[in-house]
Design a protein around this ligand. Structure first.
Ligand SMILES: *Cc1c(COP(=O)(O)O)cnc(C)c1O
Length: 392
């Protein structure tokens, strides 16, 4: 076997997103020990930068070893004890997964289900909090990557405090692409992942816990069921004065995350959010000009993940194959019951550029012309170009 040589790809799917060459270079840096003082400065820097990104002063802000789902498990398994009731917003694949994780931890998931593509209205959560007995936590997905729905978070925290429940938020497809204000919004537990809007390879899950969450965790009746994700053990490694061995940190991943966070800081969050907003508007205008309808039919729609319904007249799988084979472009298909019915296009981090938007629209238009579902060439690019010309 020869060495693996990756084909050139433009990653516009639901993750991973494009990675800046500086991040790849950082990951190729020589290893030092995971307790080496030089490495501890890398960890400290990652913590400081993650706090800025989460807009929090939370002392416990770390990168969990593992992908976004590890962040989800860590968030839930530390908070939920057997028998605890947890209200979970279920409007897509990741809300469904959250509820499953709650149940694996022995908790009772109280699912608030709404059709995929819709958000969970805050009053539905309030009503459920009032009607249920004691609730340990409310768990919500801020950016539902399976549908493009953008869940409001800020109105939920006050009701969680009134009912003495923690607020757990999945910010996997939002952190670094749109505002996530952990302290201001009153989020108690928040996790994300590196391969979406942070534009780093998959492998780490940023996680932040406030004092309210930590006091709930320290007063557990039974120890956390997961040894690997037990934050009381992990804290010994991430706390500045301790640095005791728990597990070997994925050193190269942390090099990469640090560089990705430096790139984010150089751009600045307001500029970064504005970029994601503008490119998503341009792409959606182009997709609509191709006759594709947005899945959340009205705002709020995610600027980081665009979901459009594909009419039965278009062979959606064949189009995705052609995009990949002929143009080297990856976009995502539907998950769950949206399989075969939607495209999911990620414009996250480094992937969110005007050039990428125009490249994708051009490729889609060409495929559409050849397959007879685009009759007037140029409409999609025109629609996007219009947004760019007025949007600046
Ligand atoms: C991708 C994603 C996850 C899971 O992350 P993995 O890195 O695939 O484990 C969780 N929640 C949301 C909203 C996601 O988009």
């Amino acid at each position: 076997m020869e060495e693996f040589c990756a084909p050139r790809r433009l990653l516009l799917g639901p993750g991973p997103s494009m990675v800046h060459p500086r991040v790849l270079q950082a990951m190729a840096t020589s290893l030092v020990g995971h307790l080496d003082p030089a490495f501890l400065t890398v960890m400290n820097d990652v913590q400081v930068r993650l706090r800025q990104l989460f807009a929090t002063v939370n002392r416990f802000t770390i990168a969990v070893s593992g992908t976004g789902s590890a962040g989800m498990e860590a968030a839930v398994v530390n908070v939920v004890e057997p028998g605890d009731a947890v209200i979970v917003g279920v409007n897509g694949v990741f809300g469904t997964r959250l509820a499953a994780v709650v149940e694996r931890c022995g908790g009772k998931a109280i699912r608030i289900e709404v059709p995929w593509g819709q958000i969970i209205e805050p009053q539905m959560i309030e009503e459920r909090l009032r009607r249920s007995g004691p609730v340990k936590a409310v768990a919500l997905v801020h950016a539902e990557t399976s549908t493009g729905a953008w869940q409001p978070i800020e109105p939920i925290s006050a009701m969680c405090r009134t009912h003495d429940a923690l607020l757990i938020v999945d910010a996997v497809t939002s952190l670094g692409g749109l505002p996530v204000e952990v302290d201001q919004w009153g989020i108690d537990v928040c996790y994300s992942a590196t391969q979406k809007c942070l534009s780093c390879p998959p492998g780490l899950a940023p996680l932040t816990l406030n004092e309210r969450a930590l006091s709930v965790i320290t007063s557990r009746r039974v120890p956390c069921h997961s040894w690997y994700f037990d934050v009381s053990l992990i804290a010994d490694y991430w706390t500045e004065h301790n640095r005791a061995y728990h597990h070997t940190a994925p050193i190269s991943m942390l090099y990469g995350l640090r560089e990705a966070l430096r790139i984010i800081a150089e751009e600045g969050l307001p500029a970064r959010f504005a970029r994601h907003h503008l490119n998503s508007r341009a792409l959606m205008a182009g997709l609509m000009a191709l006759g594709l309808d947005p899945l959340p039919p009205a705002d709020p729609r995610l600027p980081t993940l665009l979901c459009v319904t594909v009419p039965p007249s278009i062979d959606e799988g064949a189009v995705r194959s052609q995009l990949l084979e002929r143009f080297g472009i990856e976009i995502g298909g539907g998950l769950g019951h949206l399989k075969g019915k939607v495209w999911r296009i990620g414009l996250m981090g480094e992937s969110s550029t005007e050039a990428n938007v125009l490249t994708l629209l051009n490729a889609l238009e060409e495929i559409g012309i050849q397959n007879g579902w685009v009759s007037v060439p140029g409409m999609a690019l025109q629609a996007a170009a219009y947004i760019y010309s007025v949007g600046r």
